[in-house]
Design a binder for this molecule. Sequence first.
Ligand code: AMP
Length: 394
Amino acid sequence: MKTLDQIDFKNKRALIRVDFNVPLNEKFEVTDKTRIEAAKPSIDKILKDGGSVVLMSHLGRPKGKDKAFSLGHIAQTVSDVLGKQVNFVDDCIGKNPEEASKNLQPGEILLLENLRFYDEETAGDKAFAEKLAKHGDVYVNDAFGTAHRAHASTTIVAQFFNEKCFGDLLAKEIESLDKVLNSDKKPVTAIIGGAKVSSKITVIENILDKIDHLIIGGGMTYTFIKAQGGKIGNSLVEDDKQEIALEILAKAKKKNVEVHLPVDTLIADDFNNDAQTKTVKIDEIPAGWIGVDVGKKTIENFGKVIEESKIILWNGPLGVFEMSNFAFGTISLGKDIAKATKQGAFSLVGGGDSVAAVKKFHIEDEVSYVSTGGGAMLEMLEGKSLPGIEAIKK
Ligand code: AMP
């Protein structure tokens, strides 16, 4: 793996693809700096080496050059986080930015305007990528969140550089996933939750060869239970995925993977936080009731598996955690994973909503690694090679 420490950045300009797609409020202030903070180690390292830095990112999904999506809004925050002056240039290609990047001195930082002001970015346009490439001597990709896209700045641009590498953040993502998928420590446990079986089938099928325990939770549970003949009331179900659910269970058995499904569930008489609730056996949900979280016995069962695990992958919540009365299962799971981590297990939380959950319940510092890329993480778990990663390896 090509990483920052393999390159001497002295007197070189590093063009870094970062992920500064941060949330802004109505005053265009950054409301969550996590992504900017995450890019700091790579930037610091290059500057310390005697190089200069050109930062490029997208922000939101602008239609054309819509100033509401200008990276100019975040320049001061980037500067505050880095503790250094950041010069912003109001375009990402053309005369002005080219001049600005050409004149960069060691230790200086330049932030380019939103890449997605040009449709060529997401189209992966080669001529556009070549123009971007003019800003640096070395290309560094540190944006895991977009590594699964063959965009100009994430993939195509790499072909114009002899020297290119992964930034610290992206390297850490790849290493963490490798620790989970190619571990020699056992047992390996994957917890797959979330809303639907359909969005996780490929992930589950791909990881069956790598794991010892598969814990299933969340909305997808009820498709498995119905497929096995259980009563699921009005719970979320994908009827056309029942057969696949049974196939997954059969495949797991063949590969000696122990599957742990919920044995009880919290049910609600309406899909809202103030609905009436009770706990019932997982396969005895009365008509009109909806499964919204796992029950206490299930949490106990899952806890025992997690306690014994050496490697833990968590993707997807166990219930409708956004509603406080249905969040208990997800919170308990997070605590169990944190406890196992303290006792020496390696835990990786990745993919969309489980990341939101660990943040919401403040356990992000108690797990080994929280992935920064939802879609990218899922694609890696599906066994796909990501264009942004391949482009650096080439
Ligand atoms: P995903 O993006 O597939 O990981 O799904 C995350 C979503 O699944 C969250 O918004 C949860 O509210 C939702 N979810 C979890 N459990 C259930 C459930 N029992 N019924 C409906 N939605 C659920």
